[in-house]
Design a protein around this ligand. Structure first.
Ligand SMILES: [Zn+2]
Ligand SMILES: [Zn+2]
Length: 349
């Protein structure tokens, strides 16, 4: 097996625990209804199905055929049919504990994952909370708009896109968001990279509906902004942003950082800030008031260095937070305390 091929199957090592526990404020844990997960994920949720071993070796030598590593590595990755490997939920939670990540806010942003994401957070209230919304790239599909996007991707309608109008989908979000496990509306916003011009109006309408929803329910809001900084800011200013607004996976420059600082909007940084090419992102990070900064993984993508290219998971936010403290030249514990205070201010968890 070539080195690169093997690499895809290996999760990052579980790092030394952080000196003060923090939260991964935006991630996507696998739930029923995900395109990359299926029934085996729910199997993994059966209590006692796995007994995770915190701090166990993280070498995940598991192939699709189930060629597992040593049996004692109970937090090994489990094969999930069709789409490579996933760490089971108990495995994720055990690793979070081992790395000093006290909680993750997991996001469901398509109709079929809304309920299952809330269910997951309800099931593990000590370590999980939920954020739900209709993703900006799903919004046009609920209007039947499938034009090829600028990145060359063609879009097909899934059954739920036909079954739910955009209004009905957002109203389902509103119903489910009343559960106490839901701490944010998100991710919503604009994505001009993955949605064609024809879909922009639907995306904007969806964004406006979600803003109103977050305000009505007095919830925080997580914004997905991809190549759409100006319009995101314009809409927030027009409609009036929710009191606690977060640019998740912040991708702006110094200019957007200044706008966030002016408005008191939060910026959540993921693994992308650790990538060598993203100097603009680091400049924006440095320019932001420290009380407006959060940390996230956006797993399973955007794994921080030195594990770039590997599957991401909430515990790996520890790598990003260490990177941030080094960049700022501040004590790691002090920085973790700052991040944690910011997280509590936004989400109350
Ligand atoms: Zn996003
Ligand atoms: Zn996300």
């Amino acid at each position: 097996m070539g080195k690169n091929k093997k690499k895809r199957h290996v999760y990052p090592d579980v790092p030394e625990p952080l000196p003060f526990e923090i939260v991964d404020n935006h991630t996507h844990l696998p739930v029923r209804g995900d395109s990359y997960a299926d029934d085996e994920v729910s199997v993994a949720l059966v209590p006692g199905a796995l007994q995770p071993v915190p701090g166990a070796s993280s070498t995940l030598s598991v192939g699709r055929g189930g060629v597992a590593g040593a049996p004692e590595l109970a937090n090994r990755a489990e094969p999930v049919s069709g789409h490579g490997l996933l760490l089971t939920i108990p495995g994720h939670l055990a690793r979070m504990k081992a790395a000093g990540i006290r909680r993750a806010i997991t996001c469901g942003c398509e109709v079929p994952t809304l309920q299952s994401t809330v269910d997951l957070a309800v099931r593990f209230p000590d370590q999980l909370s939920a954020a739900i919304a209709i993703h900006p790239n799903d919004a046009p599909l609920h209007r039947g708009i499938t034009e090829e996007s600028p990145d060359g991707l063609t879009h097909g309608l899934d059954p739920w896109h036909r079954e739910y109008s955009l209004e009905d989908a957002v109203s389902l979000v509103g119903d489910l968001a009343r559960d106490n496990s839901v701490v944010a509306i998100g991710e919503t916003g604009l994505d001009y990279f993955r949605t064609a011009d024809a879909g922009r109006a639907a995306q904007e309408e969806s964004f406006r509906m979600h803003i109103e929803l977050a305000k009505d329910l007095d919830l925080s809001m997580q914004i997905h902004d991809r190549e759409a900084h100006e319009d995101c800011v314009r809409i927030l200013e027009e409609v009036g942003a929710p009191e606690r607004t977060v640019f998740h996976c912040f991708s702006g420059d110094r200019q957007l950082a200044d706008v966030c600082a002016q408005h008191g909007w939060y910026a959540s940084f993921g693994g992308s800030m650790t990538y060598p090419a993203n100097a603009d992102l680091r400049e924006a990070f440095m320019a932001l008031p420290r009380e407006l900064i959060l940390a996230e993984t956006d797993a399973p993508y955007l794994t921080p260095v030195p594990w770039r290219g590997h599957p991401n998971a909430p515990y790996a936010v520890a790598y990003t937070v260490r990177f941030q403290a080094e960049l700022l030249g501040v004590d790691l514990e002090e920085w973790c305390r700052q991040i944690d205070a910011n997280t509590r201010a936004v989400y109350g968890v």
